[in-house]
Design a protein around this ligand. Structure first.
Ligand SMILES: Cc1cc2nc3c(=O)[nH]c(=O)nc-3n(C[C@H](O)[C@H](O)[C@H](O)COP(=O)(O)OP(=O)(O)OC[C@H]3O[C@@H](n4cnc5c(N)ncnc54)[C@H](O)[C@@H]3O)c2cc1C
Length: 424
């Protein structure tokens, strides 16, 4: 019997292995990972496509990681079934592994819209290295691409392909880009920067069909938009969202909403079964409830917390909140927390905008406590604001300084400085 069995070998799985080994140097660990690659940074796959990173520079841990931590790694294998009563996991090659403690670190799976032509050669998703390699192999001949989805992943792939000299049309069903973590002003400033690179934006509609090439209908030749416009292209990249990968727990006793529900110890409702990362809905310290927060550092920390608890060292997950940090099209943006409160009359909103740079700062406060901010163009000092949010620090006495040029840690009274670094 395996003492600790982990499914998924990315940010969450790696965090768990490290934490378990800190507490239990000898207990058996087995890890099942569908991907054959060594642990790599998933957020860096756009840099892989733009040739700013290689698999070697994307490595998250060394090739020897499993060996060094005495982990039996089943790489290139998929876990296809879990019997939570008998505590057995079945692999796609028929092997069965029984466990004492199980961690589900299965991450996310790209959403695939249903439409004619979706299976044509030249259609890719963009969440794993294999897709990035597939896209790269097509760039020898491809000249143009349509990216469907103007969120963070869509913008990241567009940036990478523009750097490779590919003509891009970015299609977004919403009327503005990156709408989940930006407000209208920030979206429009970002759109102007992206358009200036020659990238075409199609906003407010989507693709209804993927068309084939005249000479080879099974290969991508273009797309048909909702308004019947045809855009010719050699590649279509789907970036319409990522869903928690939960097929192993569907129709089981494990509590599931969109993601697997975990408590503050990353434990599911089933004894000895833990979960972390993109597969879960876990604690948000701002709204103080569980929600999906698909972010690399949270998956890693969640994995660590799960690992400690699996190994018997009780550890509470501090939680995360909505956070995005990006630097695509040479435009740095950081967005944290509640940036578009619906009942805005109950909030105080501080704004500084310099469209010519472009630079934009928006800070959202409730009862003199910062609950969210967007920094675009100039992102220095975002770390200070993050700490103030994290620790719910009342900054009433200094709030008028928050947007001033010389605002820094030094401008904060000592009591506030102390409060922002308390670990709760
Ligand atoms: C293009 C892109 C850009 C991103 N940029 C950022 C960013 O800038 N900042 C940020 O914080 N986050 C970013 N993210 C999100 C971040 O990558 C994820 O939050 C993080 O990878 C989640 O880690 P995880 O361990 O939960 O799951 P994943 O990284 O999704 O890994 C899960 C692993 O489990 C494997 N697996 C799943 N089911 C099985 C099974 N049944 N059997 C065997 N193996 C299985 C999968 O193949 C995969 O290898 C980005 C994601 C993408 C795709």
């Amino acid at each position: 019997m395996v003492k600790y069995l982990i499914i998924g070998g990315s940010a969450g799985g790696v965090g768990a292995v490290e934490a378990i080994r800190e507490v239990d140097p000898t207990g058996t660990i087995a890890l099942i990972s569908e991907e054959p690659f060594p642990q790599y940074s998933r957020p860096m796959i756009s840099e892989f496509v733009s040739q700013e990173a290689t698999l070697a520079t994307m490595k998250y841990r060394s090739e020897q990681f499993w060996k060094k931590h005495n982990v039996h790694a089943y790489t290139g294998k998929t876990a296809v079934k879990v019997d939570f009563d008998k505590k057995i996991v079945e692999l796609d090659d028929g092997q069965k592994l029984d466990y004492e403690k199980l961690l589900l670190a299965t991450g996310g799976t790209p959403a695939i819209p249903q439409m004619d032509g979706i299976t044509k050669d030249g259609v890719f998703t963009f969440t794993e290295l294999a897709s990035a390699e597939g896209i790269t192999s097509k760039l020898v001949h491809a000249k143009s691409a349509v990216v469907i989805g103007g969120g963070l992943i869509g913008v990241s792939v567009a940036d990478a392909l523009v750097k490779r000299g590919i003509k891009i049309t970015l299609v977004e069903v919403n009327d503005r880009l990156i709408h989940v973590v930006l407000d209208e002003k920030a979206s429009h400033l970002a759109e102007n920067v992206i358009k200036a690179t020659g990238t075409k934006l199609v906003l407010g509609q989507t693709v209804k069909q993927i068309l084939g090439k005249q000479e080879n209908p099974s290969e991508v030749g273009g797309v048909l938009l909702q308004d019947d416009t045809v855009i010719s292209c050699d590649l279509v990249i789907l970036a319409v969202g990522v869903n928690p990968r939960v097929e192993l727990v569907e129709n089981s006793k494990v509590e599931l909403k969109k993601g697997i529900i975990v408590d503050r110890f990353m434990q599911t409702n089933i004894p000895d079964v833990y979960a972390c990362g993109d597969a879960t809905e876990a604690h948000d310290f701002l709204v103080k409830e569980n929600r999906r927060l698909p972010l690399w550092p949270l998956a890693h920390v969640g994995g660590r917390v799960a690992g400690y608890n699996m190994a018997g060292q009780t550890t509470k997950y501090e939680g995360g909140t909505v956070m995005s940090s990006m630097n695509y099209f040479r435009l740095p943006i950081i967005s944290v927390g509640q940036i578009n409160p619906e009942d805005s009359e109950n909030y105080e909103i501080l704004v500084d905008v310099q469209p010519e740079k472009p630079a934009y700062k928006k800070i959202v406060l409730k009862d003199d406590v910062i609950v969210g901010f967007i920094f675009l163009g100039e992102v220095e000092k975002a770390g200070i604001l993050f700490r103030l949010i994290k620790n719910h620090v009342n900054i009433g006495e200094v709030k008028e300084k928050l947007l001033s040029k010389d605002f820094g840690i030094i401008s904060l009274p000592e009591a506030i400085r102390k409060e922002m670094f308390v670990v709760h």
